[in-house]
Design a protein around this ligand. Structure first.
Ligand SMILES: Cc1ncc(COP(=O)(O)O)c(C=O)c1O
Length: 390
C-alpha cells in the first residue's frame, strides 16, 4: 500500500538514543535494578484538589463535547494567568485550549507553515520539533547553541539564518534538554528580528514555572510582539499533570479562529471534565506545585555538586526545567557509548543529549524528576562507574 510522503517527515533522527531508553525500560520490566533518569517524568503526583475536581466534574455529568477552543471559564482563567505573568492584556479569545503543549505546537505549525518555508530553531531542541515542523513540508533550519555559551544561541547566529523564506522562529524557554532560560535582552533582540523580517515567534514555555536564578520572561510581553508571538504552555510540568493532556496556546484572535477549524477536524476539543479540573489547577495553584520547585532546586545542587567533584565529569545545573546536563567529553567516550556502558555496568538509564542536536555532543541529559534517594544512589553509581574508566 502507498503512504503519504509525509510519513517520512514524521520520523525523527534520535532513534539510537531512544533505542537505549527502550533497552533500559525492557530490562526494568524484566525485574533488573535499573534507575530510569532518561525520560521527562516526575516523581510528584498531580495535586489532590485537581483530582477531586475531575471526579466531581464526572459526577456532575461533565462528559459532553466542549467548545473546540476550550470552555469559556478555562479560557478566562488562562488569559488571566498569562496577563498577570506577562503584564500585557490577554483576552479569552486569544486562548486556545489543546491536548497538551505538544498538540498546541502541532496545531500552530499546521496553521502557520507552508511547504518550502523555513523555520529557525536553536538546537539542541525538544525531540518532537523536527517532525512537528517538517511534517508540514516546511524546512527546519537549526542554529547552534554552544555549550561554552551555556547553550544559549547567539543573536548573530539567529540573524544569519534568516532568509527570504523564513516564516517563523520556534524556541523553548526554558529549553529541553539544556535548561537554558532566555534573558529579556536576548528576547528583545529576537523580537527585533521578528519585527524586521515579519516573522512569527513560537515560544514554548512548558517549563516556565520551573526556573531557578532568573524569572521566566515571555517575548509576548514585548512591544509589538503580542500580534506575532504564540506562547505555548501546559499543566504537564508545573502541576505534574502530563497524562491529563491539558495545554494551551496564546495566539492572535485570527489564529484562534484557524485553530478552531483545525480542532474541528482533528481532536474535536479537550475533555470537559479535565477542563473543569484545569481551572482548579490554575486558580488554586497558580505558580505550579511549590514543593516541586523546592525539590528540584535542592536536587540540582546536590546532584550536580556531587558529580562535579568527580574527576573527568562536569555537571551543568539547569537555569530552568528538570534536566541536568552531564559533560562526559573528558572521558574520551561519546555520550552514546558512555550512556550505554553506564546502563550495562550500573543500571542507570540516561539519554545522550546529542539526540536533541549536535551542540550537545558529549553530554548526557539526566532527569531529576526522581526521588532524592534515587538520585543519591544514581550519583554513587556514576562515581563507581567513573572508577572503572581510569
Ligand atoms: C520543550 C517541551 N515542549 C513541549 C513538551 C510537551 O508537553 P505536553 O506534555 O504539555 O504536551 C515537552 C514535554 O516534555 C517539552 O519538553
Amino acid at each position: 500500500m502507498k503512504y503519504a510522503d509525509r510519513v517520512d517527515r514524521l520520523a525523527g533522527e534520535a532513534a539510537d538514543a531512544w533505542g537505549l531508553y527502550v533497552i533500559a525500560a525492557q530490562r526494568k520490566s524484566e525485574g533488573q535494578d535499573i534507575i530510569m533518569l532518561s525520560i521527562g517524568d516526575t516523581d510528584f503526583e498531580s495535586p489532590d484538589v485537581v483530582i477531586e475536581e475531575a471526579y466531581a466534574a464526572l459526577k456532575r455529568g461533565r462528559t459532553n463535547y466542549a467548545n473546540i477552543t476550550g470552555i469559556q471559564p478555562l479560557r478566562e482563567a488562562i488569559a488571566k494567568r498569562q496577563a498577570r505573568k506577562s503584564g500585557v492584556e490577554i483576552t479569552p479569545d486569544q486562548v486556545v485550549v489543546t491536548q497538551g503543549a505538544q498538540n498546541a505546537l502541532y496545531n500552530v505549525a499546521q496553521c502557520l507553515l507552508d511547504p518550502g518555508c523555513e523555520v529557525i530553531v536553536p538546537e539542541p531542541m525538544y525531540v518532537t520539533y523536527p517532525a512537528t515542523i517538517e511534517g508540514t513540508g516546511a524546512n527546519l533550519i537549526s542554529v547552534e547553541s554552544r555549550a561554552e555559551n551555556n547553550f544559549h544561541p547567539t543573536i548573530e547566529d539567529i540573524a544569519g539564518a534568516i532568509t527570504d523564506k523564513t516564516q517563523a522562529i520556534f524556541l523553548a524557554t526554558p529549553n529541553n534538554p539544556t535548561g537554558a532560560v532566555y534573558t529579556r535582552t536576548e528576547l528583545e533582540a529576537i523580537a527585533e528580528l521578528c519585527k524586521k523580517h515579519d516573522l512569527w515567534l513560537v515560544s514554548d514555555e512548558v517549563y516556565g514555572d520551573l526556573t531557578y536564578e532568573n524569572e521566566h520572561f515571555s517575548a509576548i510581553s514585548l512591544p509589538g510582539m503580542r500580534e506575532r508571538t504564540i506562547a505555548i504552555s501546559s499543566l504537564s510540568k508545573s502541576h505534574a499533570m502530563a497524562g491529563w493532556r491539558l495545554g494551551w496556546a496564546i495566539v492572535p484572535e485570527e489564529l484562534a479562529e484557524h485553530m478552531d477549524r483545525l480542532g474541528l477536524c482533528s481532536t474535536y476539543g479537550t475533555s470537559t471534565f479535565i477542563q473543569d479540573a484545569a481551572i482548579v489547577a490554575i486558580e488554586e495553584i497558580p505558580e505550579g506545585i511549590a514543593e516541586m520547585k523546592v525539590a528540584y532546586t535542592n536536587r540540582r545542587e546536590r546532584f550536580c555538586n556531587f558529580l562535579n567533584n568527580l574527576p573527568g565529569l562536569a555537571c551543568r545545573m539547569p537555569e530552568g526545567g528538570m534536566f541536568a546536563m552531564l559533560d562526559v567529553r573528558a572521558t574520551g567516550l561519546s555520550a552514546y557509548d558512555y550512556a550505554h556502558k553506564l546502563l550495562d555496568d550500573q543500571g542507570i538509564s540516561t539519554l545522550p543529549a546529542d539526540a536533541f542536536g549536535p551542540s550537545a555532543k558529549g553530554f548526557l541529559r539526566i532527569n531529576m524528576g526522581a526521588s532524592d534517594d534515587l538520585l543519591d544512589e544514581a550519583a554513587r553509581r556514576i562515581e563507581a562507574f567513573e572508577k572503572t574508566l581510569v
